[in-house]
Design a protein around this ligand. Structure first.
Ligand SMILES: [Zn+2]
Length: 249
């Protein structure tokens, strides 16, 4: 089985993860730009990070036969720091690179007015450079944040089929399904969305416009371990269970 993980932060993962992912069948990934745990204090720090996403990280992935792509943006959490606002001026240069496949992650963390402004500016930029958009929904007040994100997307005039709204759950899937945007789900081993809940959503909504990912980032995750014991890549685990339960052919 060949697996594409459309949202995984490999910067925070070890080389062992790449090795296990390759063994599980992962052949391509998209790594969205996000926060690095320690808050950054200047745009220059982002430039170094973006350079790593288009240079060093594809090299790491390539050693395991995995094609690495990324999305570039000022993430919602750091949109609140005025020292990072200059990052918006760096973006056009990076969005023109071959391996950059979308603007993201944009959206909401705490739903501040600063986040509103940075989100709207980056949606406009996506329209200008004709790239799709990856939208992060907040972990707190998720339903309110998702509704607000859908409103801003609609107001921006971007085609919904060019937008993925990610980190969905049972409370937010319906509104995104109705919006025409793609629905993203991040599967975690211990918290938030898990495979069984995801299966129930797939049984209800089918597979159209749905993307399932590992996200990974700084928490516990098993991007891929042993594909035989059902603990492998989130997408792979799900496919195996889905087949086993006859949910979808
Ligand atoms: Zn992410």
């Amino acid at each position: 089985m060949r697996i594409f993980d459309p949202h995984i932060h490999m910067t925070s993962r070890t080389t062992d993860d790449y090795e296990a992912m390759a063994a599980a069948g992962v052949r391509a990934v998209v790594e969205p730009a996000f926060w690095l745990g320690q808050p950054r204090t200047s745009a220059a720090s982002f430039a170094d990070y973006f350079d790593a996403l288009i240079g060093w990280e594809p090299f790491r992935a390539g050693q395991f036969g995995i094609a690495h792509h990324c999305t570039i943006a000022l993430n919602p959490k750091e949109a609140n720091d005025p020292r990072c606002r200059e990052v918006l001026e760096l973006l056009p240069r990076y969005l023109a690179k071959d391996r950059v496949v979308a603007v993201g992650e944009v959206g909401y963390d705490s739903m501040t007015s600063e986040e509103d402004a940075v989100f709207a500016a980056q949606l406009k930029l996506a329209l200008d450079v004709d790239l799709p958009v990856l939208v992060h929904t907040p972990h707190r007040d998720k339903a309110v944040g998702t509704r607000r994100a859908l409103d801003v997307i609609r107001e921006a005039g971007i085609a919904p089929e060019r937008v993925v709204v990610d980190h969905l759950n049972e409370l937010t899937v319906d509104m995104v399904a109705g919006s025409g945007c793609w629905m993203g789900f991040s599967i975690y081993p211990d918290t938030k969305m898990d495979e069984q809940r995801m299966l129930r959503i797939l049984q209800e909504y089918g597979t159209a416009r749905i993307l399932i990912n590992s996200a990974a980032d700084w928490g516990t995750q098993r991007p891929a371990e042993d594909p035989e014991d059902g603990r492998g890549d989130a997408g792979g685990r799900l496919l195996r269970r889905r087949r086993g339960q006859g949910a979808v052919a």
